[in-house]
Ligand binder design. Structure first.
Ligand SMILES: C[S@@+](CC[C@H](N)C(=O)[O-])C[C@H]1O[C@@H](n2cnc3c(N)ncnc32)[C@H](O)[C@@H]1O
Length: 290
């Protein structure tokens, strides 16, 4: 299998290659927020093309660039969750970590993990197959006990996760990154309810999501049309991430890029207060399962 087989992935699966291309581009920056030495090869032949389309859509070459871009969001998001997982791995809740979906995420290969941690990576079978083939080709070795679980998160996946060695009775840390906006609302609740069902109290649940206005603002039209045109429209946004997670048994706090602890010097503008409407927002959620 070669990296060109990325063209065999469906539209939402291909967003994993876009994310890898974003991480490869971030890795090339002198002021990078993290380093992902595997991102370029994992992005394959398809990822850079998707990124080029994204850049052309978000910032037409003649347009003034005044706002943080999707690459900035993505860099901050990756670093925010890198830090969260690195911290969690040193607590009892971080002895088992589930990255769902994992896409082309390489945290098991590029972060330092304490001994005894297990990482489970969930994604759809074609993504897992492609990623494993690429990583095998380049001889990448994880720094942690890593297991892949090839399932669709909309299906029943709990037994497969347990069969892979995950213990639902023990505390855990979950990262739902780059997923929720691609799901219809019913599936968002379904996934969060299932996560609740397989997590012990005290477990850490993290996720990113967008607000409702991000799905309708005229200034978002280009980006929304791009993803819709690719076949993976953004479907879900929430203005109250804390309430969303509370409904599923998680006591959560949401951070926005640009707020203390979530800017990393990459966010130039003040973050408008939550009661200001018609602003595109991204939320990084960190919660504890009650
Ligand atoms: C934008 S990528 C993010 C991947 C990873 N979290 C990262 O940040 O690199 C979205 C991923 O979600 C996966 N995905 C989307 N819907 C899914 C589902 N129903 N079940 C499992 N994975 C899904 C896709 O296959 C893709 O790998």
């Amino acid at each position: 299998m070669t990296t060109d087989t990325g063209s065999l992935l469906d539209s939402v699966e291909r967003t994993a290659l876009l994310t890898a291309a974003l991480r490869a581009a971030e890795t090339r920056r002198p002021d990078r927020l993290y380093e992902d030495p595997f991102a370029e090869v994992l992005a394959g032949a398809v990822g850079p093309g998707l990124l080029a389309e994204l850049r052309a859509t978000t910032f037409p070459v003649d347009a003034a660039r005044t706002l943080p871009s999707t690459p900035d969001y993505n860099a901050i998001r990756t670093r925010f969750f890198d830090d969260l997982l690195s911290e969690a791995a040193r607590t009892p809740e971080g002895r088992q970590v589930v990255i769902a979906p994992a896409g082309m995420d390489t945290r098991p290969f590029r972060l330092d993990w304490p001994a005894g941690v297990r990482v489970f990576e969930i994604d759809r079978p074609p993504v897992v197959a492609l990623k494993e083939a690429v990583l095998r080709d380049i001889g990448a070795t994880p720094h942690v006990d890593r297991t892949t679980v090839a399932v669709d998160l909309r299906d029943d996946w709990e037994d497969e996760l347990a069969a892979a060695g995950y213990d639902p009775a023990a505390p855990s840390t979950w990262l739902l990154e780059g997923l929720l906006y691609y799901l219809p609302e019913d599936d968002v609740h379904h996934v969060l309810e299932r996560v609740r069902g397989v997590t012990a109290p005290g477990s850490v649940i993290a996720a990113d999501l967008v607000n409702a206005a991000a799905l309708t603002l005229p200034s978002m039209r280009g980006l929304l049309d791009l993803f819709a045109g690719w076949g993976c429209p953004w479907l879900f946004g929430s203005d109250e991430p804390e309430s969303l997670f509370a409904r599923h048994g998680v006591d959560a706090v949401a951070h926005q890029p640009g707020e203390p602890g979530a800017d990393f010097g990459r966010w130039p503008d003040p973050v408008p207060p939550r009661d200001v409407a018609d602003v595109r927002r991204v939320f990084f959620v960190r919660g504890v399962r009650k």
